[in-house]
Structures are given as structure tokens and as C-alpha cells.
Design a protein. Structure first.
Length: 320
């Protein structure tokens, strides 16, 4: 049985969204509004949480077989569309990791809302194999809805680079799941003076530039990694994710009784996979979600904290 209850308090909107059985302690997650935004005029149509990551904000919700959707408003991008909070409609660029319904089901309604609000067609990046079936799906919904669903579906393959802006580029990485899947890594690009020109004064640098010499070079810093659903090989085969400043990953299973071999076969990760790789995570923050609905919120917290008491030196964040 699913129970959704909303209780308003001065600074928070508390949302209850958990499996429930008689005698079970109910668990509460919370939504913290954006500073400066008046949420009284916004619709809270689906579960939503928020985490501040330096000068970035991570918003979303993720539970296995329920729905996964994430957004970073400062970067003007989102990952996966298992559901679509009303406020997410204004973000026009989305990266879909794979086509299981809990990651893509809200695509038609998202596109329809933007059309209804007279916004430009959004750009949706998704695995190459999914382009034609997704286009067919949108055509079917368009006939049912009797309305156009304009959007730009862009195929992606592993190894591809997508330029977001002069400062940001996204790389596509192969992951391992039961359907073709990819992960995305957002890089921050900076122009840095080449070593041989460092220490020169302004006039000297200008003279080299006017002489046609390339005095700077691009430096990339991995900013945000998003893995979607994957077995550990999707992480291990893309070591750049271990270096991202912020990593968004999955930890579908946590209980000791669940066999890792079966979990990996179905393209997911277990708590033990993180314990075995604890020394590899160089990230400033590791955000894990997509927990199985067979666990309550408190069960997940208790099991993870017992098995990883240091929580990766305080860098592990459970998205609950």
C-alpha cells in the first residue's frame, strides 16, 4: 500500500511516500524550498527533494520501479523523466539514461506541458536505439491527446561529446543494464595559460597572441556524473566518475541477504559494491538513490550506517 501525505510547516513541506504495512513505522522525507522562490504559487504534484552542492542545487526523487528524475537548475539540465514536477517544465534540456518506464514515463506529459505553456520544444538526449520507439510513442500519445508533442530527440552513443555552452560539455559513457543504457558526465571547461607562458606580464602575453601563437589550453574538470541504472562495471569501466566533484549513482539493494550476482545480472548495484570500492571514490559528494521499495527509509539508513559507519568520510548522501 502506498501512502502520500502532505503536512505544511513554516519552512518545509513534508512529504510521506513510503511502503506501509500494519505496525510499521512510517518514514518521512522532506522538501526544502528554494531560497527566494515563492512555493505557495507552485504545484507540488510529485515527490521532490533538494540538496545544495556548493553553488549548485540538486533536485529530484528516485526510487526503484517507482520513478527517477533529477534536475540541476543552475546548469539548466535534468536527468531522466520518470515523473515531471510542474516546476521542472522550465528546464529545456534533458539527458535520459535508458528507457525503463520509471525513467522515461513522463516524457509525453512534459513535452505537452511545454507546448501548452507556449515554450520552445525541449531537447531530449537518449540512447540511439531508443529514438525510433520513442518517436512512435510520442506519435501515439499525440493521437490520443489530439495535440502536437514537439521536441528534439537527439541520439547519443558512448564516447560522444555534447557541448552545452562555452564553459560546459557533456560526455556519454556506456553503462550496463538490462536494456541499452548510458551515463553522463558534465565537465567544466576552462582556458588556462600554457606552462611556457606563465610568469609573463600582460604586454608579453599580448605580443605572443598577436604573433599567432596559441598561448592557452583547455583544462577540463569533471563536475557532475550521472550513472542512471547500472551494475558496478558501468562505474569501473568509466573511472572518470570516481573523479567527478559530485556523483549521482544508484544503490538499489542494501540487505545482506540479496545476492550480488543476481543484482549485477539485472544491472543494479548493492551496498557491498560501494564498500569494496570505498577507496576509489574521490568525489566531494556521492549521492545514491534508486533504493528498492522492499526497504523502508529507516531500514536503508540503519543498514547503510552500520555497514559504512563513516559514510565515505561524510561524503555519502542517501537520497531518501
Amino acid at each position: 500500500m502506498s501512502l502520500l501525505s502532505v503536512c505544511k510547516k513554516p519552512s518545509f513541506v513534508f512529504k510521506l511516500f513510503d511502503r506501509f504495512s500494519p505496525g510499521q513505522t512510517l518514514s518521512v522525507g522532506y522538501y526544502s524550498p528554494h531560497p527566494g522562490r515563492n512555493r505557495d504559487f507552485m504545484l507540488n504534484n510529485v515527490a521532490l527533494q533538494e540538496l545544495t552542492l556548493g553553488d549548485l542545487t540538486l533536485e529530484g526523487y528516485s526510487r526503484a520501479a517507482v520513478q527517477s528524475y533529477w534536475r540541476i537548475p543552475e546548469l539548466k539540465i535534468g536527468f531522466d523523466l520518470g515523473a515531471q514536477p510542474w516546476d521542472f517544465m522550465g528546464t529545456a534540456t534533458w539527458f535520459v539514461s535508458h528507457t525503463h518506464l520509471d525513467h522515461i514515463a513522463a516524457l509525453p506529459v512534459y513535452v505537452a506541458r511545454r507546448r501548452m505553456m507556449k515554450m520552445s520544444p525541449p531537447k531530449i538526449f537518449l540512447p540511439e536505439h531508443a529514438i525510433d520507439p520513442t518517436r512512435d510513442m510520442l506519435r501515439a500519445f499525440s493521437r490520443l491527446d489530439r495535440g502536437r508533442l514537439p521536441c528534439d530527440l537527439v541520439p547519443v552513443t558512448a564516447g560522444q561529446e555534447i557541448e552545452l555552452s562555452r564553459e560546459l560539455v557533456v560526455t556519454v559513457h556506456a553503462t550496463t543494464h538490462t536494456v541499452p543504457s548510458v551515463g553522463y558526465l558534465v565537465w567544466e571547461r576552462r582556458q588556462k595559460l600554457k606552462q611556457e607562458y606563465q610568469g609573463l606580464v600582460g604586454e608579453e602575453i599580448r605580443a605572443h597572441r598577436e604573433a599567432g601563437r596559441q598561448i592557452s589550453e583547455e583544462k577540463r574538470l569533471p563536475l557532475v556524473g550521472y550513472l542512471g541504472d547500472t551494475s558496478p562495471s558501468g562505474l569501473d569501466q568509466n573511472p572518470e566518475f570516481y573523479e567527478a566533484r559530485y556523483l549521482i549513482s544508484e544503490m538499489t539493494f542494501v540487505a545482506a541477504g540479496h545476492r550480488k550476482e543476481k543484482i549485477h545480472k539485472h544491472g543494479h548495484m548493492h551496498l557491498d559494491d560501494y564498500i569494496e570500492r570505498a577507496d576509489l571514490f574521490k568525489n566531494k559528494k556521492v549521492i545514491v538513490g534508486h533504493f528498492s521499495t522492499r526497504y523502508s527509509r529507516q531500514q536503508i539508513i540503519n543498514i547503510v550506517k552500520k555497514s559504512l559507519p563513516g559514510m565515505l568520510d561524510g561524503r555519502l548522501h542517501l537520497w531518501l
